[in-house]
Design a protein around this ligand. Structure first.
Ligand code: MTE
Ligand code: MO
Length: 211
């Protein structure tokens, strides 16, 4: 039976593509550059889609900081400047999407906490238990953003609402969705969900994705 269903899915291709609802029409190009669609992502999250409630959601910044911070969704959007970037996401499974992202600078979030001088690493945690990490310098030097919009619309739950990290120049598994916590750490050897299962901790696009 499942073989039959797979054959039908193969035959119909896009017919079976997920089609969740967006708050408005997504952009198809930006400053002359063609964009992929929000529907071009393939879904392979470790625990499937996560539905985060905006009202009870908090973004926590913790670890090696002098003041731990907690922000509501609206506080994040209203207290920090948003920036736009067109960045391509490449999954190790061999697909990619070129997307207009809009979000706030992670370093501006960190600046509210007074980061300890011995911090080296930023560990991101998500609603589904997923984690990934980066050198602190990577986050600061590349103006890495936490996106709340994708192709001009609010991230739908299926795409990581409320926030997805735009880990430019890194493989897709570093682009953590449904971010709940940003932990400042001195553990440079920390390994996230896929990293602890054999994928490169550096996760650089211009290198292989296995360690
Ligand atoms: N919280 C969380 N973030 C995640 C993942 C996940 O399973 N959970 N999967 C990662 C992977 S492997 C990729 S390629 C990108 C995009 O995956 P998507 O198409 O499933 O959104 O999200 C990344 N972020
Ligand atoms: Mo992926």
């Amino acid at each position: 039976m499942s073989i039959l269903l797979s054959l039908i899915a193969l035959a119909f291709g896009d017919f079976f593509k997920e089609n969740f609802e967006l708050e408005s029409k997504e952009l198809t190009s930006y400053e002359g550059e063609d964009l992929s669609s929000i529907y071009d992502f393939r879904e392979n999250s470790i625990k499937g889609y996560q539905y985060v409630t905006k009202e009870t959601y908090r973004l926590t910044i913790s670890g090696l900081v002098n003041n731990t911070q907690q922000f509501t969704y609206d506080e994040v959007l209203n207290s920090f400047t948003s920036y736009k970037k067109v960045v391509e996401l490449f999954c190790v499974e061999g697909w990619e999407v070129n997307i207009l992202w809009e979000g706030i600078l992670v370093k501006e979030l960190l600046n509210t906490t007074n980061v300890s001088t011995n911090a080296t690493t930023i560990i991101f945690h998500a609603y589904d238990g997923y984690t990934t990490s980066f050198p602190l310098d990577f986050i600061i030097d590349n103006d890495i953003i936490l996106a709340h919009k994708i192709n001009g619309v609010t991230l739908p739950p299926e795409r990581g609402f409320p926030f997805q990290l735009v880990a430019e120049s890194k493989w897709g598994y570093k682009w953590i969705k449904w971010v709940t916590e940003i932990e400042v750490s001195d553990d440079s050897d920390y390994e996230g969900y896929w990293e602890s299962r054999g994928y490169s901790n550096e996760g650089d696009l211009n290198k292989g994705f296995f360690d």
